[in-house]
Design a protein. Structure first.
Length: 150
């Protein structure tokens, strides 16, 4: 059961994720299903990925979007449970990462929309056949050492 002190971490072995223009895009590489979350969801994802507790994330949501703390807590816990159910995150150790600062707030007064995890399976078959390979560009290219002359 998730509590305000629970910490989650991205399931890096199976998930590729990026936040672009505030929207979180997540791809489950094991089944090819991809997901998106709007700006509030992207805000939540960034703070979960940074290792903050769900309580700290909810407090940052309440401050940033000027919503009641109870609503922020409920929305964060619901999204966290959905992310966990979809195997996009894992439960992390309860200890805070070394040197972790409280989560930063977004620009105050930003419009609040209830965060939703949108699920898309239309490319699941394609992505399952040829999944993206996170980090593949991190390998330097080397020319083959023994070229055949001919």
């Amino acid at each position: 059961m998730l509590t305000p002190s629970s910490r989650l971490c991205p399931n890096e072995a199976e998930v590729a994720a990026k936040v672009m223009d505030g929207e979180a895009i997540l791809i489950n590489l094991s089944n090819g299903i991809y997901y998106s979350m709007d700006e509030v969801g992207g805000f939540i994802w960034e703070r979960i990925a940074a290792g903050h507790s769900l309580g700290d994330v909810a407090s940052a949501v309440a401050r940033s979007y000027n919503v009641p703390p109870e609503r922020a807590r409920g929305d964060v816990e619901r999204i966290a449970a959905e992310l966990l159910k979809e195997s996009l995150v894992l439960v992390a150790d309860s200890d805070a990462p070394a040197g972790a600062a409280p989560p930063e707030a977004a620009e105050q007064g930003a419009p609040y929309a209830t965060p939703e995890l949108q699920k898309y399976s239309d490319m699941a078959d394609l992505l399952a056949l040829d999944p993206p390979m996170p980090g593949v560009m991190d390998f330097p290219w080397q020319e083959p050492s023994g070229k055949a002359s001919g």
